[in-house]
Design a protein around this ligand. Sequence first.
Ligand code: NAP
Length: 286
Amino acid sequence: MATVGFLGLGIMGHAMAANLVKAGFDVTVWNRTASKCATLVAAGAKQAATPREVAESCDITIAMLADPAASREACFGKDGVLAGLAQGRGYIDMSTVDDDTAREIAEAVTAKGARFLEAPVSGTKKPAEDGTLVILAGGDRSLYDEAGPLFDKLGKKRVFLGNVGQGARMKLVVNMIMGQMMVALSEGLALGLKGDLDGEQILDVLEAGAMACPIFKGKGPMLLRGDATTSFPLKHMQKDLRLAVALSEQLGQSLQGGSTANEIFKRANIAGHGDADIAAVYRVVQ
Ligand code: NAP
């Protein structure tokens, strides 16, 4: 069984690494804030001092980090992954980043004779805990196949999308749609409540029709309760919308809805809701 490294123990990474430990993999963890390693070490994981140490000691190293800056730092920084990777080793970045970042990391990793796979995920805290994420992979096919047993502990579905960059693009497309759905739900509820409709009844009607979906079912009651307990930090959704808008510039695709959603999430971020759940976007829409 491959030895597995795991970098980044935030909301998603901690739950994902815990599933790998629970499944019996030999896991070595690292997190910038080292104290977040404690519960995983208590569950049987080893702890490393740097990403380099993780990459040196593991067959496959996985990263689940905040954003492109964090992914680059963990790879290219002092005592980063790149410094520790040897010929044939695997590096899988599951963070949500832009396709340029994924390709730059891939080029550097392959230049060292190691293998790279991007594998961002669809699904939030609960699917990460339940091992029911959807994994969107691109890059080295042999690493994708080799990591199959790991992915099957993390997700319920995985797709191989071809070259590095296609996984990032798929993830940005999906979240650009979700960002707009959150804005639409927020505006619909705000408008309805001002028009003396009952919020529960609005959600009930949505649920009964063609727009019934888990995101409305999950977030709708949170919006009505004013609950923004964090599963998906709002600042990360704004990052994804910003990256989707940048991709639209690059590809020459108009993105009016996505740009508007980006501005609304940006406003919520600036207003101090960045660490709250994406449900907090309702607070600036109201
Ligand atoms: P999170 O809770 O904010 O965790 C972010 C992680 O990145 C932490 O381990 C943090 O370390 C680390 N980090 C941040 N900046 C760093 C840097 N410069 N160098 C090294 N490490 C750094 O985020 P999350 O919700 O787990 O999300 C992780 C990734 O998955 C993001 O790309 C996000 O867009 C994506 N994603 C999230 C969800 C979701 O629902 N939450 C769903 C799908 C995809 P510290 O602990 O030291 O801060």
